[in-house]
Design a protein around this ligand. Structure first.
Ligand SMILES: [Zn+2]
Length: 472
């Protein structure tokens, strides 16, 4: 038994249950009983004896969302890059802003980003943490996750010294120290992964030696592939030839990889992370959802950078389904057909909810604990309010969640059976303090950027556009 598990007996009563578990199915009106942090029963008219009752009437009850890739530190630079291309992002962020971060800036970035994600219903979030120039920055990144409510994966990804690409600088061995200091057990709310740069961002020698370090750490590995033009060089084939692929790897983006690379990911049991909002905005290439499904890989979803896009899963689900449906309809048209000739839409709203929950839990290595409403799993559960005018009347819960709901409708959240959000308000979180710290960090970073001539002045009016880095 872990000390993070809730000790209350809780009955979530009378909600529309979307379990994301084939065996459980979905219930138009049902209950979830929780005890000792675990889901102990799912059914209709469960007894409320000895339980605190949460009234879920007019609510959708589902497993919390799981984000499989977010560079959380960038939340303190919110939306600065919303009009930047991928090349401008690398110039402005990795060759610019990231080097200005002090450990305390990384801390508040993670505290803000993790808390914001939770507020919108993301109960598990992978922090693809790649702004750790020093061990102190890494400690601060971990502290930000530990101080925020929610289940997190700290994916250790180096810092500015490692991200001057193509890099000949090895991944910091500090990851071993962090593992010993913070991640001695898998049985805790914050766990460890290795965020590798991979051959797309390093010299071949460094890609291989980084991987050896990753396998020494022994956790799952997450790596970007196929994002933008520099992702066209068949890096997945290269990795496969060197024994670097496997079921312990999550491939982030996958936009520009070729058919053989998709087959390798499928054949080796890899996971994928689609970040459709950022990919369509910056020009990574089309989201790979359909091509992954073609080879039998059901993707997870991710947010990527809150310096550009929004930080909640509703945006991610909607962009994922919209782009795939647009691609599918465009393909029909190219073949001289129209949407009226289609037998149906191949990606359903229910599929996308599964991507946003269970598939994320698998990629984050926590599907034995969470990702679906299943008896025996820990109770990471969200209640989405379905009583608003825009959600009425109720005909298709999956469609309402994907196309209609938003982060402001996430009413109640449980993490491991503990209520962390109730009636729309986070419990035990000083939101005012987080905002104040985030503003101070934001002011500091822009003042420093102006001092160092990175930007014209310290104004934040959306006019700063870095010179792009050109892909090689
Ligand atoms: Zn990324």
């Amino acid at each position: 038994m872990s000390d993070y598990l809730g000790n209350e007996r809780i009955l979530i009563r009378g909600g529309t249950i979307i379990s994301v578990d084939e065996a459980v199915g979905d219930l138009p009106r049902g209950d979830v009983l929780i005890d000792g942090g675990m889901i102990v029963a799912i059914g209709v008219n469960l007894p409320d004896e000895g339980a605190r009752v949460i009234d879920a009437d007019n609510h959708y009850v589902l497993p919390g969302f799981v984000d499989t890739h977010r560079h959380t530190w960038q939340s303190v630079l919110r939306n600065v890059a919303s009009d930047w291309s991928l090349g401008q992002y690398f110039q402005g962020m990795h060759f610019g802003m990231s080097s200005l971060f002090r450990p305390e800036d990384t801390y508040i970035g993670n505290l803000l980003g993790r808390t914001e994600a939770l507020d919108g219903g993301i109960t598990t979030m992978l922090d693809w943490s790649h702004n750790m120039a020093t061990p102190e920055h890494a400690d601060a990144a971990v502290a930000g996750l530990l101080d925020a409510p929610g289940r997190s994966v700290f994916a250790h990804g180096g810092g500015a010294p490692q991200w001057q690409v193509p890099s000949g600088v090895p991944h910091p061995r500090d990851v071993l120290r962090l593992q010993e200091q913070y991640f001695s057990s898998e049985n805790q709310l914050v766990t460890l992964q290795f965020a590798a740069r991979g051959p797309q961002y390093t010299t071949p020698e460094i890609a291989e030696s980084d991987w050896e370090l990753a396998r020494e750490v022994g956790t799952r590995i997450t790596v970007h592939v196929g994002d933008g033009a520099w992702g066209k060089n068949r890096h997945v084939v290269w990795m496969h030839d060197r024994g670097m692929t496997g079921p312990d790897v999550t491939y982030v983006h996958c936009n520009m990889i070729d058919d053989e690379e998709f087959r390798i990911i499928a054949d080796t049991g890899g996971s994928a992370s689609v970040a459709a909002d950022i990919e369509t905005q910056m020009g990574h290439g089309w989201p790979a959802t359909g091509r992954l499904l073609d080879v039998g890989v059901r993707p997870s979803l991710s947010i990527d950078v809150c310096s550009s896009n929004g930080g909640d899963m509703f945006h991610a689900m909607k962009t994922t389904i919209s782009t795939q449906r647009a691609l599918d309809n465009a393909a029909l048209e190219r073949n001289g057909l129209s949407a009226t000739d289609a037998a149906g839409l191949r990606v359903s709203c229910r599929d996308v909810i599964e991507f946003a929950t269970l598939r994320g839990a698998i990629a984050n290595g926590v599907d034995d604990k969470v990702g679906s409403l299943t008896v025996g799993k820990q109770a990471d559960i969200i209640l989405i309010r379905a009583s608003d005018l825009s959600m009425f009347p109720h005909n298709n819960p999956y469609g309402q969640i994907v196309y209609n709901a938003h982060a402001g409708m996430v009413d109640t959240i449980l993490i491991a059976g503990r209520v962390v959000k109730e009636e729309g308000r986070l419990i035990g979180t000083d939101v005012g303090r987080i905002k104040q710290l985030a503003q101070e960090t934001n002011d500091y970073l822009f003042a420093e950027a102006a001092n160092k001539d990175l930007i014209r002045d310290a104004s934040r009016d959306g006019h700063w556009h870095p010179r792009p880095v050109v892909a090689s």
